[in-house]
Design a protein around this ligand. Structure first.
Ligand code: MN
Length: 259
């Protein structure tokens, strides 16, 4: 049986992770390596400045005092008896859509797997949804990924709507409208403190996005790659290369033009 590595950012005891493990059992040898406590919105953080400890909490289930990316790094690079053929992260409690994927520990775990050369899928469930149903979707996607493989350096970000899904849409990331403000409050000792991310996110309502698909009741499957380069901007910034190089070598600065 091929080895499957499961992790999440809600913690090793989260019910979404348990549902995913149950659903994937027939596809392979399921090993769970997950944070000992919730790490939502930890992004792609790695723990480099203290040792990581791994505690066995069940059969092939381990709690790590680190982040989801730590778990994948450990699992792929030698903690497990063999290299996993697939990394599955989730099922996350709450959707991971659009610009928010950069904050997500769930999606970052799949990024880490992809960086290490293992096909990886992140699965998240919209509020009010059913983990068992989402895990059945996850199993179908996992089977396809195992049989057909994934495009190079590409992970899948899967979001499952609440209720019965109307179908599946392959989507691109949507964009947030950052209209919310920080919330400033005063504590009992008269000092100011702040809450960020406290409002309901607003989204650009654009056809073809992950947000749009989930909003309409479809499972969203978004292929993500890790090349953050803006390839179209390369040409536009080419002149910076010459100008900055010349300045670095001490050439006179171009004079600002007078009107
Ligand atoms: Mn989470």
């Amino acid at each position: 049986m091929p080895l499957l590595l499961l992790t999440n950012d809600d913690g090793v005891h989260a019910s979404g992770l348990q549902a995913l493990a149950d659903a994937l059992r027939e596809l392979g040898d399921v090993w769970v390596l997950a944070p000992e406590r919730e790490q939502s919105a930890c992004g792609h953080a790695l723990t480099l400045h203290r040792p990581l400890r791994v505690a066995e909490v069940g059969e092939r289930r381990f709690a790590v005092n680190g982040t989801p990316s730590d778990c994948v790094n450990l699992g792929v690079l030698g903690f497990l008896p063999e290299r996993p053929v697939l990394v599955m992260a989730g099922v996350n409690h709450g959707a991971n859509l659009g610009d928010d994927v950069t904050y997500s520990g769930t999606v970052s775990a799949a990024m880490e797997g992809t960086l290490l050369g293992v096909p990886s899928v992140a699965v998240s469930l919209a509020d009010g949804g059913d983990f068992a149903a989402a895990s059945r979707v996850a199993r179908l996607v996992a089977m396809r990924a195992l049989v057909a493989g994934l495009p190079k350096q590409t992970l899948l970000n899967v979001n499952v709507p609440a209720g019965t899904a109307r179908g599946v849409r392959v989507t691109r990331l949507g964009h947030r409208v950052y209209s919310e403000k920080i919330v400033e409050q005063t504590d009992p000792r008269g000092r100011a403190h702040y809450w960020i991310g406290a409002g309901d996110p607003q989204w650009e309502d654009v056809e073809g996005t992950d947000m749009g698909a989930v909003h309409e009741g479809y499972v969203s499957v978004t292929p993500l790659h890790l090349d953050l380069t803006n390839h179209r901007a390369l040409a536009r910034l080419a002149e910076w290369q010459h100008g900055l190089s010349a300045q670095l070598r001490g050439a006179p600065r171009p004079r600002p033009r007078r009107p």
